[in-house]
Design a protein around this ligand. Structure first.
Ligand code: ZN
Ligand code: ZN
Ligand code: ZN
Length: 376
């Protein structure tokens, strides 16, 4: 429990490759560069996460043919210099009492179109636009949606470790007693197990028992779990900076036959979507594969969300496995496959695995039993 394998650390070269990749993608999207504030994109590009995200301007500037430049408050310069990716950057600082937007503007052309990271505070975007009235800003998330979608080996290792920890959590929770416990107690137990297995952050612990299972994002509450309940367990967080996210639905004792039937349909839908994964297939087709199974069983209107979402340094990111997403799958992409059926006031069933695309098909990172397990 205490000794988990550690991933090989990311290197300055890894970050240099990501910085070059982002600059190239920005140009390909018709931009003159990219601007990245604190958040998941900055962390992915540089390994730098400011200790607090504040009104003080921190911003990474990517321009084709130029060294990536990180503008930071002078008091945070030592922290920024300590980031693994820092040797690939030029660091420029500004001091309290000066105008940080002028410091940033001095690094930018006077006019142009820039992709700006979604998590950048609007006050900073407005400050930049005021300093450079001839520049325009465009959402990085919609213009470079696949920037972080294809994972490298080090990222795949981390995602696999996070998934294995989530699997251990599930294996342990099904051996605990459910009947008579409140949902919130089971949720707290899931969070403890995730941490025990190496997660540094727990993002969600859905415990949807009986009728609460019909709400896909149900917050675990005071309801006492009863014999005969179906219970949706959906939990995850971050381990070594990368996300986990898995769902299983269990039954407290012998389930009503309808729960068994619905569970079998959802399991078949999840399997069909998994089998549809291979390079070149559009994301929408994976969604359709799951949806068709559920629709043919008569539950089309009870599958009320997309089939999945990408996962990496965040637990929800592109590629989205949803109707209308034409993006073809590429080896190294990682995303959830999580169909569900929700019967209001009665129960819900969802099964979710993280899957990665290989040259020949899909590979599941979550490998616990997908059968309807009976718990006590
Ligand atoms: Zn462990
Ligand atoms: Zn989930
Ligand atoms: Zn999910």
């Amino acid at each position: 429990m205490t000794t988990h394998p550690q991933p090989a650390p990311f290197t300055t070269d890894d970050y240099a490759a990501r910085l070059a990749h982002a600059t190239k993608d920005a140009v390909r999207a018709g931009m003159d560069g990219a601007i990245v504030g604190p958040g998941p994109d900055l962390e992915w590009l540089t390994g730098y996460r400011p200790t607090a995200i504040t009104e003080r301007l921190t911003v990474l500037i990517l321009l084709p043919g130029d060294v990536p430049t990180l503008v930071v408050p002078v008091l945070e310069r030592p922290d920024a210099e300590g980031a693994v990716g820092a040797p690939a950057l030029r660091i420029v600082d500004w001091a309290d009492g000066s105008d940080p937007y002028q410091t940033a503007a001095a690094q930018l052309p006077a006019s142009g179109r820039f992709a700006i990271s979604d998590a950048t505070w609007s006050v900073h975007l407005l400050g930049l636009r005021h300093a450079l009235p001839e520049t325009t800003y465009h959402a990085l998330g919609s213009n470079l949606p696949m920037l972080r979608a294809v994972k490298d080996t080090g990222e795949l290792d981390r995602l696999a470790m996070a998934a294995a920890a989530a699997d251990e959590t599930y294996t342990m929770i099904v051996h605990t007693r459910f009947a008579g416990r409140r949902e919130s107690e089971v949720a707290a137990h899931l969070a403890r197990l995730l941490r025990k297995h190496g997660h540094e952050q727990v993002d969600f612990t859905v415990v949807g028992s009986g009728p609460n299972g019909a709400n896909p994002h149900h917050e675990a509450g005071d309801r006492v779990i009863e014999p005969g309940d179906a219970v949706v367990l959906d939990f995850g967080g971050l381990m070594h900076g990368y996300g986990s996210d898995t769902t299983r639905t269990v039954s407290v004792g012998e389930p009503p036959s309808e729960v068994r039937e619905v569970h079998a349909i959802v399991r078949a839908a999840q399997q069909a979507a998994f089998e549809a994964v291979r390079p070149g297939v559009p994301c929408a087709e994976i969604d359709r594969a799951a949806r068709t199974v559920i629709a043919e069983a008569g539950y089309a209107d009870r599958f009320i969300h997309r089939t999945g979402h990408g996962i990496g340094v965040t637990t929800h990111e592109p590629p989205y496995i949803v109707e209308g997403e034409d993006q073809p799958l590429v080896p190294g992409m990682c995303f959830s496959i999580e169909p569900g059926i929700y019967l209001p006031q009665r129960f819900g069933v969802r099964i979710e695995d993280i899957v990665t695309v290989t040259e020949t098909g899909g590979r599941r990172l979550n490998n616990t039993d997908r059968a309807l397990l009976l718990v006590e």
